[in-house]
Structure formats: C-alpha cells, structure tokens
Design a protein around this ligand. Structure first.
Ligand SMILES: Cc1ncc(COP(=O)(O)O)c(C=O)c1O
Length: 396
C-alpha cells in the first residue's frame, strides 16, 4: 500500500496494515488511531471522541495542543529550528535557567537532552565521573528507560534478559530501609530511585526509605539521584515529587511533560555536583534545540501556575475516592493525578481494552492486575467523574 500526504486520513485498518508491513514490531498498540487532540480529549479519523486518561504516558500534562504551547512552537518554527550546541541560543539557556532555579537549590545546573532515557544516561555518567568505577544502586522493579545504561538500571527480567550482557556495576536493592542501606557501600557512586515507581504500577517509595537512602549516600559520598521523569512537572501536585518528601536529591532527571508534547529530557545536578561533567564529556546534536526549548518554556509557564498543585491534589483525591468505590477494586495508590489501582482476580489488560472499545476511555494496564491513570492536569471535576462513571459501567 502506498500513501501520500494529500489523501484523506487513513482508516485504522490502513494504519494497522502499514504498521504490520513497515514498523519493527516493538509496540503492543491499541486498536485506535488518533488524528486530533484538545485538552483531555482525542479524536480518531472516523470522528470518534475519546477521554484521554493516559496523556501520552504523562507527557501531555498541559493537555493536548495547549494554545500557549502551540503558539510558542509556531512562532519559534518560523524563526530558527536548529543550529547546534556550538552556538548560544536563548530558548535553551532560558530553559536551563528556569529549571536550575526551580529545582535542587542555588548553584544547580542543567544538561538538556532529547528523552527520558538520555536524561538517565547523563545522570549515570555524571555519578561515575564524580566517583570513578563506582556502583550504582537501583531498586527492584524500577524503570529508567531502554538504552543500555538506563536498561541496566531497570532490574526487570523480561526487559533485561534478552539483551545481556548489560553495563556492569548495577546493584539491585529492595525498596526498603534495610534493602537500600545494605546495598550502599564505600564503592557506591549513586543510588537511583523513582520516588513513585510508575511503570511497575504506581508504587510510592515511603519517606523513611528515601531518608535512609539520603543518609546512606551522605555517609559514603554517593549521589542520591531521583528519576522524576514520570513524577515531575506537577503530576503528583508539587512541581517535583521530591518537594513532597523530606529529601532533596543531588541529581534529578526530567523528560516527558517538559516539552508539552515535543521530545525532551533534562538532567539537573544540584550544587554539589553541578560542575562534575567537563567539556567534551557528554553531548547531543539536538539537545536544547530552539523549537523544543521554546515549547518547554511555554509548558513550564502553564505547569508553574501556583494554583496548580492544590488543584491537582484535590482532583487526584476525587479520582482515587471515586475509583475506590467501584466493585472489584482492591487497592488504589498514588499521589495527585498519578493513580494506580488493583483489580481483584486480575484482568487489568482486558479492562483497559474494554474501557477503550466500549467506553472510549484511554488508560493503561501496567500488569495483570493494575490499571494506571495519568490524565492531563487540565482535567476538570466533571471529566474525573465521567471517567469514574465509565469505569463503573464496566466493573458494575
Ligand atoms: C521513570 C521513568 N524513567 C525513564 C523513562 C524513559 O523515558 P523515555 O521513554 O523518554 O526514554 C520513563 C518512561 O516511561 C519513566 O517513566
């Protein structure tokens, strides 16, 4: 089948045929296509409207096609798209300023990149640059991305086993006080943690475990690194998840929602480690490109609205409360609008599929019994109740 850009939109069946014929089959896609998005809603080529409670897996925190983000991208697109990191460009440097001054304290600095996995790679390299050949402690069932360093930091058998040998020097710990303290030794360069493990089913790491990790790192001069790629940018209420914990990490990664829908990553180093990486140590052709950075600046304008954290927390509580009343739901977890729930007897992938096909509600299953919801933060009470109602119609 051949297509050209001036045809009418392809049908789902045509897209599935293209997918089968021409893409390497790494994604289990839903039987759904999307041609347009606005706020919390998506439309397919046939004009069917969906309620999006996945937000591109926590990318579209500002909602689909936020007008201010679209306008910033349009304006930058007509001025300068790309130029390389051999010259200075204002959007990237303003973005670095904005992130550095709103994260890990005075003296923080930023390395921009293009994705979450790349932000993790930068953090891993920084920690080994600070403590040569040191071990990196990661948490069981954590997720940090698919590139080799990030994959090596992702102790999940199914994801790692086919790709051995991995990068050496990763130590896997249980996410408990004892687990972390026992794993950290004089040779530890870093402890890398998601404050809420997202991909493995929305599992918050308790505050006392984070405090133990902070103390263990301090005792041996290791870097405490938080992966805030999913938890950051207002997803759980505050701009960064660490702000709701008693702990400030030395290094933080961000990505996903930062670009408002465009690909971006950022590694932020606090004052102690901000000057660790040296010229020539790391780099990336597209990192901080003007168009992506302009989109990110407009996105941060929206996500740094002082009224947003309380709103997100209230809406998240409403969502969790509504879900907890549904039949067959055993536990509901999460913070703000990062929500997971378990189903008695499993069936989560089937429920996610039925939510899509019968209720036009987009969400995902992170495992056989867990459903995850990550709606855009611009969602309103009515849409929260609507989503709970749609789930209720399936579970009732
Ligand atoms: C916590 C966390 N770290 C890293 C990544 C990898 O990000 P990316 O897919 O942009 O490489 C993800 C993606 O889901 C994530 O949730």
């Amino acid at each position: 089948m051949t297509t050209s850009t001036n045809q009418s939109p392809a049908t789902l069946e045509q897209l599935q045929a293209l997918d089968d014929a021409y893409t390497i089959d790494t994604y289990a896609r839903y039987p759904m296509d999307a041609v347009r998005g606005e706020g919390v809603r998506l439309w397919d080529a046939a004009g069917t409207e969906y309620l999006d409670f996945l937000a591109g897996i926590s990318v579209s925190n500002v909602g689909h096609c936020h007008p201010a983000v679209v306008e910033a991208i349009r304006e930058q697109a007509g001025t300068l798209l790309h130029v390389s990191n051999l010259v200075h460009t204002e959007p990237a440097l303003r973005l670095a300023e904005r992130l550095a001054t709103n994260s890990l304290g005075e003296g923080s600095k930023v390395f921009l990149c293009n994705s979450g996995a790349e932000a993790v790679e930068a953090a891993l390299k920084l920690s080994r640059r600070a403590k040569s050949a040191g071990d990196i402690v990661v948490v069981r069932e954590g997720f940090h991305g698919r590139t080799y360093g990030a994959l090596s930091a992702t102790p999940q058998e199914a994801k790692q086993a086919p790709f051995a040998p991995l990068v050496p020097g990763f130590i896997v710990a249980e996410p408990t006080i004892e687990g972390i303290t026992n794993a950290v030794t004089a040779n530890t360069a870093a402890v890398l943690i998601e404050p809420i493990r997202g991909e493995s089913g929305v599992w918050p790491v308790p505050d006392d475990v984070l405090v133990a990790a902070r103390e263990a790192c301090d005792a041996v001069g290791a870097a405490l690194m938080f992966d805030e790629i999913q938890t950051g940018l207002g997803r759980t209420g505050p701009l960064w998840r660490f702000q709701a914990t008693p702990v400030v990490p030395d290094v933080m990664t961000s990505a996903k929602a930062l670009g408002g829908g465009l690909p971006i990553g950022a590694m932020i180093a606090g004052p102690r480690l901000a000057n660790t990486l040296q010229r020539g140590d790391h780099g990336s052709t597209f990192a901080g490109s003007p168009i992506i950075a302009a989109g990110a600046l407009a996105t941060l304008d929206v996500l740094m609205d002082p009224a947003l954290p309380a709103r997100t927390e209230a809406l998240g509580a409403r969502l969790r409360d509504g879900i907890s009343r549904l039949p067959g739901v055993t536990t509901v977890r999460g913070a703000g609008l990062m929500v997971g729930f378990d189903l008695e007897g499993g069936g989560a992938p089937e429920l996610a599929m039925r939510a899509l096909s019968e209720q036009r509600l987009l969400l995902n299953a992170t495992g056989p019994q867990t459903i995850r919801l990550l709606p855009p933060l611009v969602v309103n009470e009515e849409q929260i109740d609507d989503a709970v109602g749609r789930l209720g119609a399936l579970l009732g």
